[in-house]
Design a protein around this ligand. Structure first.
Ligand code: ADP
Ligand code: MG
Length: 150
């Protein structure tokens, strides 16, 4: 299985509840390496674009309102099989249906407040990483950069 990168976003509910540190600890304990990170607040326009595949669904307006409601922490995570493994660590979309021990079971409350986002495919991971991190996303690997710059 190849080394992959995935995008996670720790959502406004996690930020407000002060759960960022605990979620990051779980992510690191599960073997993911944080390659890039950015704390920011979505604008209505950027939230709409990020979640455009859901435009037209009945929960879209509520999802947008929630997404812009507070700061979020976007991180690029690297690991073997990162995309599927992070989906597993994250748990089912609905926190009530997420397996015990998953991030959403532990830190989600009720939809849309499920604490984290995780990319669902290689194509979407690439697209989402580029959308949030732009040219920084092309930096090859943490080890290489550290060796060069420090
Ligand atoms: P996932 O985040 O597991 O990939 P989706 O891509 O289907 O799930 O949905 C994107 C986000 O929209 C979810 O993480 C959740 O915050 C919200 N959402 C999904 N389904 C619902 C729903 N039925 N009601 C309210 N919010 C929802
Ligand atoms: Mg999704």
């Amino acid at each position: 299985m190849a080394i992959q990168r995935t995008l996670t976003i720790l959502k406004p509910d996690a930020y407000r509840a002060g759960n960022m540190g605990n979620i990051i600890a779980l992510i690191e304990e599960s073997g993911f390496k944080i390659v890039h990170a950015l704390l920011f607040k979505f604008t209505e326009k950027s939230a709409r674009q990020f979640y455009q595949v859901h435009d037209g669904k009945d929960f879209f307006a509520g999802l947008l309102e929630f997404t812009v409601s507070d700061k979020v922490l976007a991180m690029v995570l690297e690991k073997e099989n990162a995309i599927a493994d992070f989906r597993k660590l994250m748990g089912a979309t609905d926190p009530a249906k997420a397996d015990p021990g998953t991030i959403r079971a532990k830190f989600g409350t009720a939809l849309p407040k499920n604490a984290v986002h995780g990319s669902d495919s290689e194509a979407n991971a690439r697209k989402e990483i580029t959308y949030i991190f732009g040219e920084f996303a092309s930096i090859p690997s943490t080890e290489k950069n550290h060796a060069k710059e420090y």
